[in-house]
Design a protein around this ligand. Structure first.
Ligand SMILES: Cc1cc2nc3c(=O)[nH]c(=O)nc-3n(C[C@H](O)[C@H](O)[C@H](O)COP(=O)(O)OP(=O)(O)OC[C@H]3O[C@@H](n4cnc5c(N)ncnc54)[C@H](O)[C@@H]3O)c2cc1C
Length: 130
């Protein structure tokens, strides 16, 4: 079974495709890979020693969550700040919407809005528009 899986994987990698999972099909994946290989992201498994490791899912960023304004204040359904409630980073809806613009965006936004929220919380911002 494993032998067949590896053979199929190697056939795909040599042909520049991934018929099981579609890895390498997006321009983003290809840009992060090796543009000169037959497959930008996968290589054949041929020469031992081989190593295996478990892979568990993790979150780089989130796209849902409470919407915040430019002061890091959480907005209610009507778009008004909720008094005393701030959010930044992965617990807030990303200010850039459903996009990844570049590496570092999630940390940059988390730090920036964390600072903004902290600054406004520390100055006793009531949550109401001034
Ligand atoms: C593998 C990986 C690579 C990444 N690479 C990049 C990168 O290159 N550039 C980039 O910009 N971003 C990157 N990110 C994303 C970035 O790390 C996160 O967006 C960022 O760390 C989010 O910060 P945060 O403070 O919102 O949340 P977190 O860093 O997750 O902090 C939340 C904290 O709250 C704590 N916590 C949770 N529940 C409770 C509770 N009930 N009580 C008390 N504490 C609690 C947690 O222990 C944690 O310390 C990467 C993420 C991963 C996983």
């Amino acid at each position: 079974m494993l032998t067949e899986t590896v053979k199929a994987f190697n056939r795909d990698a040599t042909a520049g495709r991934d018929s099981l999972y579609g890895r390498g099909e997006t321009a983003y994946e290809r840009a992060l890979g090796d543009p000169d290989g037959p497959h930008s992201n996968l290589g054949t498994l041929e020469e031992p020693p081989f190593f295996a490791l478990p892979i568990t899912p993790g979150a780089v960023g989130t796209k849902g969550g409470p919407v915040i304004d430019g002061r890091g204040r959480v907005l209610d359904w009507t778009g008004h700040p909720i008094e005393g409630l701030f959010a930044a980073g992965n617990v807030a809806a990303a200010p850039i919407g459903p996009a990844i613009l570049s590496s570092g965006m999630t940390l940059g936004l988390a730090m920036t809005f964390g600072w903004l929220a902290g600054a406004h919380a520390a100055t006793g911002d009531s949550g109401h528009e001034h």
